[in-house]
Design a protein around this ligand. Structure first.
Ligand SMILES: [Fe+2]
Ligand SMILES: [Fe+2]
Length: 199
């Protein structure tokens, strides 16, 4: 089967559109987080957003190689959510839900279809990206829970807080309001997350 005649061809277009949207949706969260002073949180979201750009780039690359001719149009049927209402906390939760759906429902179906149609490299790409999206889900969930519980900058026991701007460290249950060395605001402390090495 030629890729251009397959369902996988359309799934690549759907996945590309979804990744482009994830990239922008996360820029919305980043924008809101920065405005609210959550500098380190915004930096984590920025990296996830950049991951989605690269996922879009890889799906696009496969799709664009389906024909020697210019691909003028790919018609797809696809639905996408429009639930975000400019609330950072709520949007973190929605992002976790979208990642879960992508990692557990949408991409496994696209991977299986690619396998069935004999496009093993594309199936592997979906499979590898599923793992990344699972990690994204965990990160969004942790950020959501910590923001909701008020534990982003305050813990039950002393922890080491590090200023992302100047590197100053000290141990206490709660992060400083202003870094004693460089005067960076609280939002610049490196967050404590289990799910990511991205900071
Ligand atoms: Fe992605
Ligand atoms: Fe993701």
């Amino acid at each position: 089967m030629k890729l251009i005649e397959s369902e996988t061809y359309h799934n690549l277009a759907r996945a590309f559109a979804g990744e482009c949207q994830a990239h922008i949706r996360y820029m919305f969260i980043e924008y809101g987080a920065k405005k609210a002073g959550h500098k380190s949180l915004a930096a984590i979201i920025d990296k996830i957003s950049y991951n989605e750009f690269n996922h879009a780039r890889m799906f696009y690359t496969f799709l664009s190689q389906a024909s020697n001719k210019t691909i003028d149009n790919v018609d797809i049927m696809a639905g996408y959510p429009f639930r975000e209402k400019w609330d950072v906390l709520e949007n973190l939760k929605l992002a976790a839900e979208d990642e879960k759906e992508e990692a557990e429902v949408v991409y496994p179906a696209f991977r299986d279809k690619a396998k069935e149609e004999g496009f093993l490299e594309i199936a592997k790409l979906f499979d590898d990206i599923i793992k990344v999206e699972k990690g994204h889900k965990e990160t969004f969930l942790e950020l959501y829970e910590q923001m909701k519980n008020g534990t982003l900058y305050k813990k039950a026991k002393p922890v080491v807080w590090r200023c992302a701007d100047c590197g100053y460290e000290s141990s206490s249950p709660e992060a400083w309001d202003e870094c004693p060395v460089c005067k960076a605001p609280k939002g610049a402390v490196v967050l404590h997350l289990k799910s990511t090495q991205q900071q």
